[in-house]
Write a protein that binds this ligand. Structure first.
Ligand code: BG6
Length: 517
């Protein structure tokens, strides 16, 4: 990372501010953030609170404005509504002296996304704001819209002269929300359409997992410490598991989820991003290109995934957190014969020097027993089992490193210890680091870092063209094989369980079991 003071968890606002403003290198140029799809939940719940957190840390330029763009006319209610979102976002109270001046800089503009006249007026509106606020024509466009509008909006921005700098030093960057395509062909088409009107370094494809402190910390853990990297390879690691388990269901998003499913929704993007951080080689520096190059090398080294190395499932009714919940097929606007998977797992093999022979088992699912995202690194057994048979579990447990991404963010190392007493019995015990204990709770929601980086033109924590296409190239054959062979046993796991039996079989074939989280 270019800045060692990662935003959010880890530092109180005042400490963070002192570090960053002293260095004076992380404040973007004057600019306008223009959010398309601003009437959606994301703007109120995440983006505006995140921008305000940046303001509190003096990380926004003085000359700054936010413009929400959506179809409905919300001019009278938009700014107060955003203020409400900022207050609910945490870390601020109604009396905060920075709040009113910030809210005064929140504007709203209504237009259809396919209306040329509307875009022409938007251009004039932004130019006017430039004059009033000294924002110098710099823009961060944020496309928080349904994916079918990504290319249209970008093309219309170009058509109306809003994508190219008109003066030296001016910048125009565009953030694209997920999902970025639904398979390899659609991702390629989207990339091609965007690249017609924007250069690659103007495009910031967001993956909110990269905004998580704990995901960023994987790199610090590996490359900012001397003792872990020497054992981070096939000589010492037996296998790696990456789990993104959710206890929530599809939250009323039936039409979206029916077309997506767990593989497209979480595995192809969030989990593959985490995998690349766990598996990549040390980059030459934390410059964007260096990090992205190493991530890409990992994805390119992954062997084609045979369908036998995958498992899928769909939840039936069950009990989650003591509450009875309905099955997927009973959810609103979901087909009663739906074959969409709400759980996906697979074995990934990385054919490179470091990882040959070390499987990465990855899984993601809805309505599972708990919400937990974790990387579990299981180490090889010692060469000689001196204590075999004496362990309280009858075999010596391997060392396991658990990187808990959420919740209860932290890192735990498990190792065997002698149980006190006259005999030599070994029991697995834990050494634990907790983010909250070490650094306190943070109100940051992760988007702070990504918005700031996009304003600064730093793409390190964003997906790039080739990376997105490479992960889709890996996943598309699995999706096709699944589509050609519709599941006959859905629903095949109860809500509130740990997923379908076929997912356990995937590891059992290799003589392994998912680590109990
Ligand atoms: C989103 C998916 O990208 O990630 C959702 O569309 C999922 O279905 C969410 O619930 C998970 O994100 P987090 O940050 O809650 O783990």
């Amino acid at each position: 990372m270019p800045n060692e003071a990662m935003s959010g968890a880890g530092q109180s606002l005042t400490e963070q501010q002192t570090i960053d403003t002293k260095k004076g290198e992380r404040v973007p140029d004057p600019c306008i953030v223009v959010i398309f799809g601003a009437s959606g939940d994301l703007t109120k719940r995440k983006l505006l609170p995140a921008l305000f957190h940046l303001e509190q840390q003096n990380l926004l330029p003085e000359d700054f404005a936010v413009v929400g763009v959506a179809r409905r006319d919300l001019s009278a209610t938009f700014a107060p509504d955003m203020q409400d979102g900022i207050l609910k976002g945490g870390g601020v109270d109604a009396g905060d002296s920075a709040l009113k001046p910030f809210v005064d800089r929140i504007k709203y503009f209504a237009t259809e996304f396919d209306n040329d006249e509307g875009f022409e007026r938007l251009k004039a509106f932004l130019a006017d704001l430039d004059k009033q606020n000294g924002t110098k024509g710099n823009r961060l466009f944020y496309l928080a819209v349904a994916p079918e509008f990504f290319a249209d909006i970008a093309q219309r921005l170009e058509k109306h002269g809003m994508t190219k700098a008109t003066e030296p030093g001016q910048w125009i960057n565009v953030i694209i929300e997920k999902p970025f395509g639904t398979d390899l062909a659609s991702a390629k088409t989207l990339n091609a359409e965007l690249n017609k009107v924007l250069s690659e370094n103007q495009i910031f494809r967001i993956d909110h997992y990269l905004a998580k402190e704990t995901v960023q910390n994987i790199l610090v853990f590996r490359f900012g410490n001397g003792i872990f990297e020497p054992v981070w390879n096939r000589n010492f690691i037996d296998h790696v598991e990456i789990t993104a388990a959710e206890s929530i269901g599809i939250e009323g998003r039936g039409p979206f989820y029916e077309k997506a499913g767990a593989l497209r929704d979480v595995l192809q993007n969030h989990v593959m991003e985490v995998l690349s951080f766990v598996a990549m080689e040390p980059p030459d520096s934390f410059a964007s290109d260096a990090v992205r190059t190493e991530k890409l090398k990992v994805w390119k080294a992954i062997e084609p995934i045979p369908v036998e190395d995958t498992a899928r499932g769909q939840y039936a009714a069950g009990t989650v957190d003591g509450q009875k919940v309905i099955g997927y097929r009973q959810e609103d606007r979901v087909s009663q014969e739906s074959t969409t998977e709400t759980y996906a797992a697979m074995k990934i093999q990385i054919a490179n020097w470091r990882w040959a022979g070390v499987p990465f088992y990855i899984r993601a699912g809805k309505r599972l027993a708990e919400r937990v995202t974790e990387v579990t690194v299981v180490f090889k057994q010692p060469p000689l089992h001196l204590f075999k048979g004496n362990d309280s579990n009858t075999t010596v447990s391997p060392n396991v490193l658990k990187i808990r991404i959420q919740p209860d963010e932290g890192i735990t190392l498990m190792f065997g210890a002698k149980i006190p007493g006259p005999t030599t019995n070994v029991k697995p015990v834990e050494m634990h680091f907790s983010y909250a204990d070490a650094f306190g709770k943070s109100s940051a929601n992760g988007y702070e870092r990504l918005l700031l980086d996009a304003m600064l033109g730093d793409g390190t924590l964003f997906a790039e063209r080739e990376g997105v296409e490479t992960t889709w190239a890996l996943m598309t054959p699995v999706l096709e094989a699944w589509a050609n062979n519709p599941p006959k046993d859905f629903p095949n796991y109860d809500a509130g369980s740990w997923g379908p039996g076929c997912s356990d079989d995937l590891l059992a074939k290799d003589g392994r079991k998912w680590f109990k989280l």
